[in-house]
Structure formats: structure tokens, C-alpha cells
Ligand binder design. Structure first.
Ligand code: GLC
Ligand code: GLC
Length: 653
């Protein structure tokens, strides 16, 4: 949009930048800056307008965008142009991701490069490398306490290694996802060190207080993220002689985005990694970006304004780069991280679908799909040009963030149901085969979350110990069923590194003092390459899981209706054990796939006539694409085996 005041300010800023931006290769930068400047100026004005240095800060921001554009490699600029043309590229069903720790999977970045064939064998073409930036050896929260945002941790390699890996990935048509920890730094970051040394400019990068006055007021309404290991949200720093806000661990200092210098630094960091070849940046803990007295300091309106600014700025310099919002918040809040009232994502193009993840786990414990159906029906709509990141497990705990109304509608009492889920997954509930651990238990609120590897949570660990074949079989079925859901639901499926070979919980973390208190490490163990080798031996657990997932991944890529064009319709059946949805090709409305998941451990009937008008697509002979076999109907009833999903299409189609 053209608006005179902002345009005239832009002219002043560009005049100050000197002659270089006038060169022909700057044409794209100019057009994008022209298109976004009104929004950038308005948002910056909303956040920082009253400051006397507003104009100077705006100038620094534009200078940062230009500086990073100047260094953006030609190859990446070309990729920006190609993605502008093919702007729906990331909605395609051809992408399947995996998140992994560089060191735990492959020692270092060079080793990771050498192991890419393993990922490609499975069909993975999007790689999320968990944080690899310089951080203290002990207090680092798995890399989420960054000491230097522009250096690779020497344990993993160098910037050259990362750039070499990014180049290899591009040649293999694989995408690279890197983390940018936007909410906090390590207490050993240079900014924190300067703050500690008494520099007021850097103390203004954080929330520091002389006494408990303000912290106590904040604490009245702030929840605790790690109540057991890091109670409270403020830490006394003896060297500084002040309190500092630390919402996560005591060594993770929250950044103060009321200071525009912080935002400009972070935009610079985002563009720095875009220029090193990241296709997608995972913005960590985005719900927490803005702090306000009297609230929970999550999902504040200003946090959204900051994300819009980050997006608008990234579009000027590196428009091909996408953002993933890591906002593990209530269903009603999650979709706001795409940006509201738009078609294109105004904030992050991709958001963790924590709601779907937690609902799938509910179905595992209850062996029915009652809450899953309720919750999915109330999953907020997303924008057209935005997509969910669907996952079963990740490096974090599983939070039971369901909507209480949905829990009641599914026929349960919210508090009792959550208690049941914790007991079930920690194996306390009679008959439960799960081997999870309670995480973040808070006696003050009664809250708890769950740690544990996928395989151990679905009972594979206990089944292997007892040697019961049927229990092993059920656990493998559950693993495949859960993956078949994230592969077909619509969105980007993200696998977690050990899950395709059924890696179990590992207690190795207990030997490391800095990890012992954080049981999320139980599901972050070293990748077991010996176990992975067994994927080649027919009949092993590893081969059964890996083989099934590999096949489903390959199938997903061939099934056009699985691309995410808001082409999913949930269907209600009379059977509470089933989750049923129809995926339709938006260009060929007669092209459908009906996905049916049976979460029960007994066979279940799907009465096709109850599917209503959508049943029409099911006339004629049907085929289960997962097995390639045609399915026999008993009248209008279809029987789905226990813990199994069918992807149904016309046998001829
Ligand atoms: C995110 C990360 C989590 C980390 C937290 C603090 O939620 O996924 O692992 O502990 O941020 O950085
Ligand atoms: C925060 C994050 C969530 C994570 C948790 C740490 O709530 O948003 O992702 O699970 O911290 O475990």
C-alpha cells in the first residue's frame, strides 16, 4: 500500500543508505520493500511510535534488511524468485520431515551429511536440525540457551560445515529447517555478560529489577513452565545485583522486545540464517515474546505484531524463507500465529499442531476417538496459504492442552480425564502398557505433562520385555496408525528421529548431572545405528516399523489429495472408535481419499450409509491404498482391523 508519510520516510532512509541500492540487482529488494514498507512502518509505529528515536530505529531496521540482502547468495535469491512464482510450493504433499539432534543422530554436521542416505531411504526430504548454535556445555536446555546466535557450536562443526550441508541438501531436493530462539538467550550470551557488568544499554535487552517489587506483581499471574526444576519466573543474579526475568530455566534470560534494538538484532539473526541456506526457520517459544504485568504473558497482541514485523522484514530480504511457529498453546490461540484475517500467512506459514498431537495421544489411551473427533471438529480454521506441522512426538513433553468443553462433550470430567491420561501414560493405570514419565508436575495447580519415546508410550518397551508377540504387534500397529494420521491429515508431517525404528526410552541421561533433572532427555537418546541396521532383516521390529512407514511416506507423496488446500472434511459416524475424514482434490472434485482410523484394539465397523451425502464417493469397488488391496464390504459395512488406518479410494481411481 502507498501512503505518503511512510513513503516519504522511506525516501529519507534510502537516501541515507547511499548509492548502492540503486544498482539493477537491487530491483527485487526495492519492489519488496515498497510493497511491505507501509506495513512495517505501521507495525513498528504501534510498538515503538512514541519513542524519540523512532525514526533512527526505523532507519537501522531498513539498513539491516539491505545489509543482509547485499550478502544473500545468488543461488538463494534465485530460489526466492522461483518460490514467489510457485507460492504454494510448501503445501504440496511431497514434503515429509524429520527432526533430529545433530550430535545424537550423527556426532556432528559432517557425520549428518554422511547419513543423509538413511533419511532419503525413508523418504524424508525436510530436515529439522535441532539447535546447533554455540551454547554453554551444561546449562543449555538442549541448545535452547544460545550463547552466540551467529556461531555453530564447535562440537558440531563450523559455519562452513553447515553451508556445505545446506548445499548438499539443495542438490538432493531436501529442505533445511533451523531454529531461531527468539524469546531468550543464555545467561552467558554477550548481551547478558554486558548487562551483568552493569551496562544499562544491555540491561535494557532484558527485564532486570533492583528488588522483588515488580517481579512479585508479575508472579501473581505468571504460570510456571518448569515448576520442578525452575520454579518462579525471576532469578537473582548476584554479580549484577538484580533480579532478571527467566520464564524457562534460570539460565535463560527473557529478551525485552519493548526495546526496538532487540527486535532489530533478532531480525538480523533471522536473515543471517536465511542467508546460510535455511529454507524454514523454527521460531521457538513465540507465544512468550511479549510480557505484560497482570497477565500470563503468552499470546499477547504485541507478540503477534512482532511476528508480523519479522515476517514482513523477511519477505523483503529473503521471501522464499518460511517460518514455523512453535506455540504450544490452546486450540483457540494456535491458529492466530498464522496471522488473522488474511489469505496468506502474515506471521508464520507453518504452526505446530499441538492440538492434533495431544488428541491422538488421547485416542491411544482411551482406545476410542471420542475426544479426538470433538477436538478436531473444533480445530480452528487456518489460512489458505498456511499449513499445520503435524507430529506424533517431538523432543518436548506432551501437554494435555485440550479444550475443557471438548473433554466434557466427549463425556469426561476434565480434571479426572487428565489424571487418567497421566496415570495411563506413566503406566500407573491398571493394564496400561505405557512407560512414560510425568513431566512438569505442579502440585499447586495439579498440572502434569508426559515424557517418553513414542515406542515406550505405546507399549513396545513393556511388550518386548514380556516377550508377548500380540503386545508387540499391537504396539507396532499403534506406531503405524499414528503416523498414517499425520501423513494424511493435511499439513506437513514431521517425524521424530528414533521413531521409525521404534527407539525406546533411554536412561542414559541420568548419568549426566546437567540433564538428570529434566526427564525430556528420556526420549532424546543417541540414535542406535546398530538397531537401525535391523531394518534390513525381515520380521524384526525395526523392519516392520521402518518398512511400513517408508511405504506410507512413499504413498503420501503420490496422493495429490493429501496436499493441504483446506480439502479435508471430517465425517461423523455412529462409531466412536473411528476417526473418519475425506480428502478431496480441489481441482478434480471427484477425486477423493477417505481416511479411516480405528483406535480400538478390536475390529470396528464403519457403516458407510451413515456417512451421509459424502458416502457417494464410496460407491463401487474400493481399494485400501495402504495395502494396495481391494476391500470387501459386508452390505454397506466395512470392517477396519484393530489399531489400523485405511486410505480408501475407488479401486479404479
Ligand atoms: C521450546 C523448546 C523447548 C525449550 C523451550 C525453551 O519450547 O521446544 O525444548 O525448553 O522452548 O527454550
Ligand atoms: C513451553 C513450550 C512447549 C514446551 C515446554 C517445555 O511451554 O512452549 O513447547 O513443551 O515449554 O517443555
Amino acid at each position: 500500500m502507498y501512503e505518503q508519510a511512510s513513503h516519504s520516510l522511506l525516501n529519507d532512509i534510502l537516501a541515507d543508505l547511499g548509492p548502492e541500492p540503486g544498482q539493477p540487482q537491487w530491483r527485487h529488494f526495492y519492489t519488496r520493500l515498497g510493497a511491505n514498507f507501509y506495513a512495517i512502518h505501521s507495525l513498528f509505529g504501534l510498538l515503538y511510535g512514541p519513542r524519540p528515536d523512532f525514526k533512527a530505529q526505523m532507519g537501522r531496521l531498513v539498513e539491516t534488511l539491505a545489509k543482509r540482502y547485499r550478502e544473500r547468495p545468488d543461488e538463494l535469491r534465485d530460489s526466492d524468485l522461483a518460490r514467489e512464482k510457485d507460492h504454494n510450493w510448501f503445501l504440496s504433499q511431497k514434503w515429509v520431515g524429520m527432526a533430529l539432534y545433530c550430535d545424537r543422530f550423527a556426532d556432528d554436521l559432517q557425520g549428518l551429511r554422511a547419513h543423509l542416505p538413511y533419511l532419503q531411504e525413508l523418504g524424508i526430504n525436510l530436515l529439522h536440525i535441532m539447535p546447533i548454535l554455540d551454547c554453554p556445555p551444561d546449562n543449555n536446555d538442549g541448545g535452547y540457551a544460545v550463547r552466540d546466535f551467529k556461531e555453530i557450536d564447535p562440537r558440531y562443526g563450523s559455519l562452513d560445515d553447515l553451508e556445505a550441508l545446506a548445499a548438499t541438501l539443495r542438490r538432493r531436493d531436501m529442505l533445511l529447517v533451523l531454529d531461531v530462539v527468539v524469546n531468550h538467550t543464555s545467561d552467558e550470551h554477550e548481551w547478558a555478560r554486558r548487562a551483568r557488568a552493569g551496562d544499562p544499554a544491555y540491561q535494557d535487552y532484558y527485564f532486570v529489577f533492583d528488588d522483588r517489587g515488580t517481579p512479585d506483581i508479575y508472579e501473581e499471574t505468571l504460570p510456571e513452565i518448569f515448576p520442578e526444576t525452575a520454579p518462579g519466573n525471576f532469578t537473582w543474579d548476584a554479580a549484577m545485583g538484580k533480579w532478571v526475568m527467566t520464564v524457562f530455566n534460570h539460565y535463560q534470560w527473557d529478551l525485552n522486545y519493548r526495546n526496538p534494538a532487540v527486535l532489530i538484532e533478532m531480525i538480523d539473526i533471522i536473515l543471517f540464517w536465511a542467508n546460510r541456506g535455511a529454507d524454514i526457520l523454527r521460531l521457538d517459544a513465540v507465544a512468550f515474546l511479549w510480557k505484560k504485568i497482570g497477565g500470563v504473558c503468552q499470546n499477547e497482541r504485541e507478540a503477534h505484531l512482532l511476528l508480523q514485523l519479522m515476517k514482513d522484514c523477511c519477505q523483503v530480504t529473503a521471501p522464499g524463507v518460511l517460518f514455523i511457529a512453535e506455540a504450544i498453546v490452546s486450540p483457540g490461540e494456535i491458529s492466530k500465529y498464522f496471522g488473522e484475517d488474511a489469505i496468506n500467512a502474515k506471521e508464520c506459514e507453518i504452526a505446530y499442531n499441538a492440538t492434533f498431537m495431544a488428541l491422538l495421544w488421547d485416542a491411544m489411551a482411551t482406545k476410542n476417538a471420542k475426544l479426538l473427533n470433538q477436538g478436531v471438529a473444533h480445530l480452528p480454521a487456518k489460512l489458505e496459504r498456511a499449513t499445520w506441522l503435524n507430529y506424533v512426538r517431538c523432543h518436548d513433553d506432551i501437554g494435555l492442552g485440550f479444550d475443557d468443553g471438548d473433554i466434557r462433550r466427549a463425556g469426561y470430567d476434565p480434571a479426572l480425564h487428565r489424571r487418567f491420561l497421566i496415570d495411563y501414560f506413566t503406566g500407573k493405570f491398571p493394564g496400561s502398557p505405557a512407560r512414560g514419565l510425568p513431566f512438569g508436575e505442579n502440585p499447586k495447580t495439579g498440572d502434569a505433562r508426559i515424557s517418553g519415546s513414542l515406542a515406550s508410550l505405546v507399549g513396545l518397551e513393556s511388550a518386548i520385555e514380556s516377550g508377548q508377540e500380540d503386545a508387540i504387534d499391537a504396539a507396532i500397529k499403534a506406531i503405524v496408525l499414528l503416523h498414517s494420521m499425520i501423513l494424511s491429515f493435511g499439513g506437513l508431517p514431521l517425524l521424530y528421529y528414533g521413531d521409525a525404528i521404534g527407539m525406546l526410552n533411554s536412561l542414559e541421561y541420568l548419568a549426566e548431572p546437567s540433564k538428570r533433572a529434566d526427564n525430556r532427555w528420556v526420549h532424546r537418546s543417541r540414535f542406535d545405528w546398530g538397531k537401525a541396521e535391523k531394518r534390513h532383516e525381515t520380521g524384526t521390529v525395526e523392519q516392520r516399523i521402518f518398512g511400513a512407514l517408508k511405504k506410507l511416506i512413499a504413498l503420501r507423496k503420490e496422493i495429490n489429495v493429501f496436499a493441504d488446500f483446506d480439502n479435508r472434511q471430517m465425517l461423523q459416524t455412529g462409531n466412536p472408535n473411528l476417526l473418519v475424514f475425506l480428502r478431496t482434490d480441489p481441482r478434480h472434485s471427484r477425486n477423493h481419499v477417505l481416511v479411516v482410523g480405528n483406535f480400538n484394539d478390536a475390529p470396528q465397523e464403519l457403516p458407510l450409509n451413515e456417512l451421509g451425502p459424502q458416502g457417494f464417493c464410496l460407491q463401487g469397488p474400493l481399494k485400501n491404498l495402504c495395502s494396495g488391496e481391494s476391500v470387501a464390504l459386508d452390505g454397506d459395512r466395512l470392517t477396519i482391523p484393530p489399531l489400523t488406518a485405511y486410505w480408501l479410494a475407488h479401486a479404479t481411481g
